[in-house]
Design a protein around this ligand. Structure first.
Ligand code: NCD
Length: 311
């Protein structure tokens, strides 16, 4: 079990919770390598994916995770849902509650929507990304991926590079790294940093090249054109020149250092195609880990630990 019923942000998880999730995910990762990848653990329980913002990767990851644990997984997507017909989040919550679901995974363009939903419903709520706020399961799968690749989390120096101010991924990854004893360094031009980056609890740097040699992980963020008000830098070429990961920059990193990206990638902007497809890029490993980590989250939230199936 975890210390909270919901995972709305990293504040809901203690260091012990994180360790338990990563450990449980290990056993599910093994299940995911079998030919028959299904466990009966959550049979009879209903997981609703309420995705009110476009998403393929995260939604399918939660859906596969629920199905591999034999839960009934139901997708509510933005275009299909009544929200486009003007239904309020309160009405959507009441409708879902009337269908007696056990877990709702919500993605919403407004920060705070998952918390509102959690207050209105009896079931567990997991934040699948809310506005520019948090995306906690992304941070958990990133920790899992780093630990598998580098053998530890404590003491790692992780550069999170790019659009920090619009990134819910950074919003969860910075506190997640701090909880496990790693050092987050946010690296961005000042126009892509929040106005008080120090309150994030990360080190702050403007010059990527100066940081390269000291990093264990370069975590590249997507430049979020849809969220930027006006152009925060002169051109995409200019951005790539100063903040893009490429072969020359990778060569300046420690030989064992890795490159990560939450996807979707803008190839040629924040990451060059050769690095993205190269053997030090863990982009696809992150996607793979996502399923095991989300299985662990669902299993622990829904009391699966009592059934003794995985752990
Ligand atoms: C991220 C998201 O949607 O917050 N992607 C993801 O969940 N895999 C990051 C992004 O959109 O850049």
């Amino acid at each position: 079990m975890l210390s909270n019923k919901h995972i709305l942000g990293m504040d809901d998880l203690s260091a012990d919770d994180i360790a338990r999730i990563l450990e449980t995910a290990e056993s599910f990762a093994e299940v995911n390598t079998r030919r028959i990848k299904k466990l009966p653990t959550l049979r009879g329980l209903t997981v609703v994916n309420l995705f009110l913002e476009p998403s393929t990767r995260t939604r399918t990851s939660f859906e596969i995770a629920a199905k591999r644990l034999s839960a009934d997984a139901i997708n509510f997507s933005a275009s299909a849902s009544a929200t486009v017909k003007g239904e309020s989040l309160r009405d959507t919550a009441a409708t879902l509650a009337a269908m007696s679901c056990d877990l709702v995974v919500v993605r919403h363009k407004y920060a705070g929507a998952p918390r509102m939903l959690a207050e209105m419903m009896d079931c567990s709520v997991v934040n699948g990304g809310d506005g520019i706020h948090e995306h906690p399961t992304q941070a958990l799968l990133d920790l899992y991926t780093m630990k598998r690749a580098l053998g530890r989390l404590e003491g790692l120096r992780v550069g999170i590079v790019g659009d920090i101010s619009h990134s819910r991924v950074a919003g969860s990854l910075v506190p997640a790294l701090r909880k496990v004893g790693a050092t987050p360094v946010v690296i961005a031009p000042p126009t892509l940093l929040p106005s008080r980056p120090d309150v994030l609890g990360a080190e702050v740097a403007w010059d990527l090249d100066e940081q390269l040699a000291s990093l264990d992980v370069a975590y590249m963020l997507r430049v979020q054109m849809e969220r930027a008000d006006g152009m925060p830098f002169p051109s995409l070429r200019e951005y790539a020149r100063f903040y893009g990961m490429n072969a020359a920059r990778l060569a300046k990193m420690k030989p064992e250092a890795i490159v990560m990206h939450p996807g979707p990638m803008n190839r040629g902007v924040e990451i060059s195609a050769d690095v993205a497809d190269g053997d030090r890029s863990l982009v696809l490993t992150q996607v793979e880990s996502g399923v095991a980590v989300r299985m662990a989250v669902m299993y622990l939230l829904l009391g699966g630990a009592d059934s003794g199936v995985a752990a």
